[in-house]
Design a protein around this ligand. Structure first.
Ligand SMILES: Nc1ncnc2c1ncn2[C@@H]1O[C@H](COP(=O)(O)OP(=O)(O)O)[C@@H](O)[C@H]1O
Ligand SMILES: [Mg+2]
Length: 265
């Protein structure tokens, strides 16, 4: 579905902030891209939809080199949830969610139906929310609207840049659970960026660990925990294991959505 083939990016033509990264994201998979701040995660996402061009290497979407595709068409086929929400403050919730359907010139009724379906799906009752402005919503609600907006053009693929990063712990837990259910239901291909190890393990079918622009390891949660490929991955996972132990948290499991920690690789 998405293939990164030896991509590098330098902003100053000296240092590579993304360095020779090769990665494949399968159709219907949720891949979490895990790394600390400055490790190049946002740069990778932006290269997938041509907001930024790689200095070297090639990105393929559905088998085609994206340099050969029209960037506008490409962006419409890829929903993007930006770091820091990015709703348009002067537009109502209805208008924010409807941006892409309007760009796609979908019929008015179809657009209305789509907006309503998505807001319901994300737990925002229509009567209460559609005509409010973003600053009249809580952080968690705004984040749901941002996800609804990214889904509104029904793109096969979704890029999410630390979408839940600004939320308090409880809201974040809730919205992560909703995301898991939604993911199951919609079957989109998702690249989900986070700096939070637990979030990466909870939401990712596979996790790609990025360190200073280089890929340390990619694999299922169990594989990363049991067979870390590098000392960096081992230390990162050990720290999170300690957190799990200290707080006596068990990674989320239910019969329908097994946690990646429970999965066989
Ligand atoms: N537009 C830009 N111009 C110059 N440097 C940038 C730009 N965007 C990001 N960087 C630098 O590239 C590195 C990776 O940034 P980024 O991809 O945003 O990392 P992350 O999302 O993992 O925090 C950082 O050192 C950042 O300062
Ligand atoms: Mg970032």
């Amino acid at each position: 579905m998405i293939r990164l083939d030896h991509i590098s990016k330098s902003y100053d033509s000296k240092n590579n902030v993304v360095d020779d990264l090769s990665l494949e994201i399968e159709q219907g998979e949720c891949l979490t891209l895990l790394g600390s701040s400055g490790s190049g995660k946002s740069t990778v996402l932006k290269m997938i939809n041509r907001l930024i061009e790689p200095s070297q290497g090639t990105v393929f979407v559905n088998g085609s080199d994206i340099r050969q595709s029209d960037p506008v068409q490409l962006r419409r086929s890829i929903g993007y949830v930006f770091q820091g929400i990015g709703l348009f403050p002067h537009m109502t919730i209805r208008a924010n969610v409807g941006i892409v359907p309007r760009l796609l010139n979908l019929p008015v009724q179809e657009t209305q139906d789509k907006i309503e379906e998505l807001l319901e799906l994300l737990g925002l009752p229509l009567a209460e929310y559609t005509d409010r402005f973003p600053d009249e919503l809580s952080g968690g609600q705004q984040q749901r609207v941002a996800v609804a907006r990214a889904l509104a053009g029904d793109p096969p693929c979704l890029l999410m840049d630390e979408p839940f990063g600004a939320l308090d712990a409880i809201t974040r837990d809730n919205i992560q659970q909703e995301f898991l259910a939604l993911k199951q239901r919609l079957g989109k291909t998702v690249v989900f960026v986070t700096h939070d190890v637990l979030e990466a393990l909870t939401l990712g079918d596979r996790i790609a660990v990025l360190n200073k622009g280089r890929l340390e390891q990619v694999g299922g949660g169990k594989e990363l925990l049991n067979r870390p490929a590098t000392p960096f991955v081992r230390d990162l996972l050990q720290k999170s294991q300690k957190n799990l132990d200290v707080f006596k948290v068990t990674p989320v499991t239910d019969s329908k959505t097994p946690s990646p920690l429970e999965r066989e690789d």
